[in-house]
Design a protein around this ligand. Sequence first.
Ligand code: NAD
Length: 494
Amino acid sequence: MPDKLKIALTPGDGIGPEIMEAVLHIFTAAGVMDHIEFIPAEMGEKVFAKGNSSGISDEAVATVEQTGLLFKGPMGTPVGGGGKSINVTLRKKFSAFANLRHFQSLPGVETVFSKAGVPVDFYVVRENIEDTYGGIEHRLTADVVECKRLISAPGCDQVHRFAFETAQRLGISEVTCSHKANIMKMTDGLFLERFRQLANDYPEITTNDVIIDALCMNLVLRPDRYQMIVLPNLQGDIVSDLAAGLVGGLGFAPSANIGEAVAIFEAVHGTAPDIAGKGVANPTSLLLSGLIMLRHIGLAKQAAIINNALLATLEDGIHTGDVKGEKPPVKTMEFAGAVAEHLGRMPTKCTPRVVGTQDTVSFKPPTRPTNYTLRRTFENVPTQVCGADIYIGTTMPPFELAQKLQQVSEHGPFKLTLLSNRGTQVWPSGSVYTETVDYFRARFELKDPALLGRIGLMPTIHLLTKVAEKFDVTDFQPLKMFDGKPGFSLAQGQ
Ligand code: NAD
């Protein structure tokens, strides 16, 4: 037999070690361990406790880089303080840009939809790296904090292409993009625009888009309307948990984080501290994530056999305590034992997984790049400076502030065209009913449009310096035209 494929393994915190033991018991019984070897990767609460604020040891990073695969249990995030979520760090560090989750009604798991005879079976593809999850946050004034929401064209392209390719592979005929492009016209607008652009490469797949709020209502009313939904990070995070609720809770939702080089497979739920150590946790979510991993590396036959055993076990009414059922609940390892005993059996009340012939490893570990990879979508885009937004911390009323800023910009190439507060225009026109806080945006634009393309960034920096002499400047954003189109949004009411 060829060398076994190495996979980094972290049991995780809380219920993590219990559910991981259960999954490995099933893997061993199904002969999976003849093909793979788990290499321990140390991360989580124990690493935080050693004073490592990333929660991941350097050795663990190296193991994941070498294997290109990580199978992990849930890990706790220290609340407050500087400690960031390891789960988010891992996805970002290894560019696992697409989060794939499958939500499917399971036999024996009663939900409002199973009772109504409505089958639920759809995938969510969530962008995993960008959006507010950049975690770029600042306190700007005494009263205002901000979170920068970055969406990039290459980031959108990667996740949309992954969604279309996965849909093709799984025989999914329709992919829906969900967004809030009616409000966030530039960020969600780009996400939607790139979806529509890439859809041209997959003419056999029907595409659709839906505003996120409408999607949430549709999912609760008719979840069988969707086959695959692709979303930006934060919206995808929320919809994923909503979708988990539709199929019986977090204990049943598997998750894979896929990148070009590294893929991470994990349960959707957390460490469940309330039941940790009691041996009662449901290992299904981690097991289903493990099955996505087995298909990813080529062990599709083993994955289908285990999947059918799981379905047959659930059909027999065997369940852990988090699931309602007629029979008394079993403990975590008893459940794993039952799945192992059901290996080779087919479910009879639901569609079994097709057991194919692919039963050897096809995955190749990644070759380590020698440098950071730069991804581009739009190159050589002509840009022209046309103004600047200067953000100011002040409690001054808008008309007084406008007067002072007009004096500051009197002799330069820019004139004040707008003051806004929390995104709403308060000068030159507005409503006194617009309540304000201590943070204003002052927009300056070219006095003479003929200067467009003839000035660079320096005059905006000069203006910034003059404003900073009189005001508490909190941030600064040059305004540019890209390919002749404004690279900035209008204010509400402008
Ligand atoms: P949680 O998912 O751990 O628990 C929510 C509820 O669901 C609890 O009542 C719990 O008992 C139950 N539950 C979760 N998984 C279960 C399972 N397999 N079987 C039976 N019941 C289960 O969410 P939380 O309490 O908000 O978070 C606890 C910790 O987990 C936090 O530190 C959080 O940061 C972390 N977390 C980690 C991940 C991850 O590793 N991917 C995801 C979410 C939360």
